[in-house]
Design a protein around this ligand. Structure first.
Ligand code: VIB
Length: 221
């Protein structure tokens, strides 16, 4: 079993609560209240900024030049691609740059990003990549599942853009590369004695991802 498979099978309830959260099913069938999606978009803008910081930390924590380049590619993907796409998507949902910049950060967004940054600061690059895995690999898995749920109204589903973005080949490749790099780091640095610590980080980050959906889901009620 691969390292990532071992992490997932060590946190089955957490992984399911995250990847099959009602928010995600609401994206698939278009039933998600718009208020919930707007709230998600605003908090996700703040989230992406903190995630860029986590990738910058991954550059610093890299033991080799090759690891450093890999982290720098991730940092650039967020700053130069993901952020621009996100701001464009927000604009299509009526959210201006100042709506995004002036939004107060939600406790769930802060808890999650602080947890990832802390796991990286006190740990090594592998610990940081494990903390990032639910986000990077999880979104690829979630979008693939949602894209396979063919709903009759797929053509009119306003959330189709979001699903296609993460289910599409370019993002699936990003996630596959991140997963391969984490496997390689695990071969180099994971020991049986460390496995419990790494599983705890994975479990916690997965739970905080589910809480992020829940925070936005509540805003739609
Ligand atoms: C709460 C939340 N979790 C995960 C992602 C997805 N995501 C954020 S950064 C990144 C890496 C991009 O190269 C990915 C896939 C998100 N947007 N919001």
């Amino acid at each position: 079993m691969s390292f990532f498979e071992r992490l997932k099978t060590s946190a089955p309830a957490e992984w399911r609560a995250y990847t099959e959260h009602p928010f995600t099913n609401g994206l698939a069938d278009g039933s998600l209240p718009e208020t919930a999606f707007r709230h998600y978009l605003v908090q996700d803008y703040l989230f992406l900024i903190e995630f860029a910081r986590a990738y910058a930390l991954a550059v610093y924590k890299s033991p080799s030049l090759a690891d450093m380049r890999e982290a720098a590619t991730g940092l650039s993907a967020i700053l130069d691609v993901e952020m621009n796409l996100h701001v464009k998507l927000c604009g299509e949902w009526g959210l201006s740059a100042s709506d995004l910049e002036q939004a107060p950060p939600a406790a769930e967004m802060l808890a999650y990003t602080r947890y990832v940054l802390d796991a990286g600061m006190r740990g090594d690059l592998l610990a940081l990549k494990v903390a990032l895995a639910p986000c990077v690999i999880g979104y690829a898995e979630i979008a693939t599942r949602l894209a396979s749920l063919r709903h009759a109204d797929a053509a009119t589903n306003a959330y189709r853009v979001w699903i296609d973005e993460y289910a599409g080949a370019p993002y699936q490749e990003v996630a596959a590369n991140a997963r391969a790099h984490m496997e390689q780091l695990a071969d180099r640095y994971a020991t049986p004695a460390r496995e419990a610590e790494l599983i705890t980080i994975f479990k916690e980050a997965t739970r905080l991802e589910a809480d992020f959906w829940e925070m936005a889901w509540r805003a739609g009620k």
